[in-house]
Design a protein around this ligand. Structure first.
Ligand code: TRP
Length: 455
């Protein structure tokens, strides 16, 4: 028995694979295929990868497990979960922060998901074959120069993800993910093979796998931390919400490891497709958010079956983006509907309109109207930085501190073992990490980046 009774009429994920698939569907998305390569490219490659992996293990896994635990034990949205566990205390602010982060992330995420839709259309209409690298760059720039096209796609994407969330958890999220994700992985592996057999590919592999720690700065350590949070979907309560739909018999520890492993492998596989191509086609690895869109079409242009692979790839990338945004939107909608008693429909529409406004502004700020900026950084970059590098780590810090010191050891052990069903032999090390390692590591990185301390 959980010490807080959940509502019995809540949706829940159907099967074991359903849980892992839905959680992995949240984790795997543009974060792996668009953001990981571009952030790694801006931060020097190999050394960044090592720090990133370290953060996944030491901070990512424990935060993920902590979120799932809070969610499943309370069966509530993040805001309600904290209020149920510590009534009358300020912990619900973690939920409030999460909702702010959810808006910001969905806004810039939908912009890039919009580009993916444009590229799906380009792939369907066979615009990549026979194109030289310069023409591929030209395609991206003229797409951005239209001004209206990126906005149209961003709004379309927001409408699509809103419609899925409106239909509810089980039907909306689970079905998609199970079938399509494995196909995406196979496709990326095929792209890897093409990429590493390109002339000049070895430069790219060196860039990604040969660490050069002289390239690491305080700022790049923070980027690695932010990317670890972003990619695993942690720090803002997405996985509290998903945890709340997980059956009491599921093994949370096992699900955590499976999801984090899958997510990390896919990011690395994406890097192995991108960087060899980046060097082979003479693109700058530090091209920023545009990087993947300047690079991938070249691979399709130069591979047997490029038309069909390109089309499949951008379709599956759109689906991967969709299963991620719906998990973010779900946080806001669960809050609006469960705490503010709104209908699911009204909650979804309200959230989507807010996201659309912020999304349009951040889209314009990237290419068309760089004047939309704060302290000299375009709005898109500001939303990315504040959500990934500040709000998520801060949320993660509070979440692990909460589980480590306030959740109650007995209660924690009950959740991790599913009330004696599993051994959870990792319990002691997990508790040690969330007590003494993860919070300090996060705090150090944050303080280092605002200059309170210097490594
Ligand atoms: N992890 C997803 C990706 O890599 C994005 C995402 C989904 C996310 N839910 C989140 C990021 C919650 C942060 C928090 O594309």
């Amino acid at each position: 028995m959980s010490h807080i009774s959940g509502n019995d009429n809540r949706d829940s994920f159907g099967s074991k694979f359903g849980v892992i698939a839905a959680t992995a569907g949240s984790a795997v998305g543009l974060g792996n295929i668009w953001r990981f390569p571009y952030i790694a490219g801006e931060n020097g490659g190999g050394a960044f990868l090592i720090i990133y992996l370290l953060f996944i293990i030491l901070i990512g896994l424990p935060v993920m497990l902590s979120e799932l635990t809070i969610g499943r034990s309370t069966q509530r949205n993040p805001f309600g979960a904290f209020r149920a566990l510590k009534p009358g205390q300020k912990w619900f602010w973690v939920g409030v922060m999460g909702i702010a982060a959810a808006f910001m992330i969905n806004a810039f995420y939908s912009v890039v998901a919009g580009w993916t839709l444009e590229y799906l259309v380009k792939a369907v209409t066979d615009q990549f074959s026979g194109k030289a690298p310069g023409e591929i760059v030209g395609q991206f720039n003229s797409f951005q120069a239209t001004g209206w096209r990126p906005l149209m796609w961003t709004i379309s994407f927001i409408v699509i993800s809103g419609s899925v969330v409106m239909t509810g958890v089980e039907k909306g999220i689970e079905k998609f993910t199970k079938v399509l994700m494995p196909i995406l992985v196979v496709l990326i592996v095929i792209l890897d093979i093409r990429a590493i057999t390109l002339p000049g590919a070895s430069e790219g592999l060196k860039f990604l796998f040969e660490p050069d720690f002289s390239k690491i700065t305080g700022a790049s350590i923070l980027e690695a931390l932010g990317q670890a949070f972003f990619s695993l979907s942690i720090g803002m309560g997405t996985l509290i919400t998903y945890g709340s739909y997980i059956n009491k018999k599921e093994n949370l520890g096992q699900a955590t490891v499976a999801v984090a492993f899958t997510d990390t492998i896919i990011a690395i596989l994406a890097g192995v497709a991108i960087f060899p191509a980046v060097f082979a086609f003479g693109i700058s690895p530090a091209s920023g958010p545009d990087l993947v869109f300047l690079t991938l079409p070249n691979i399709f242009s130069q591979m047997a079956g490029g038309y069909i692979f390109g089309l499949l790839f951008f379709f599956l990338l759109t689906v991967a983006a969709l299963t991620s945004t719906i998990s973010i939107l779900e946080v806001v909608v669960a809050y609006f509907s469960e705490e503010l008693n709104m209908s699911r429909k009204k909650a979804t529409i309200l959230a989507s309109v807010g996201i659309a406004v912020l999304g349009i502004l951040s889209s314009l700020s990237l290419h068309k109207a760089p004047g939309i900026s704060i302290a000299g950084v375009n709005l898109f970059g500001v939303l990315e930085f504040v959500s990934s590098n500040v709000l998520l780590p801060l949320g993660g810090l509070l979440i692990v501190v909460f589980v480590a010191w306030l959740f109650g050891k007995k209660h924690l052990k009950e959740e991790l073992t599913s009330f004696g069903l599993y051994k959870a032999s990792y319990y002691r090390i997990y508790l040690f990490i969330i007590r003494y390692i993860a919070p300090f590591a996060i705090a150090l990185v944050l303080m280092n980046s605002i200059g309170i301390i210097r490594f």
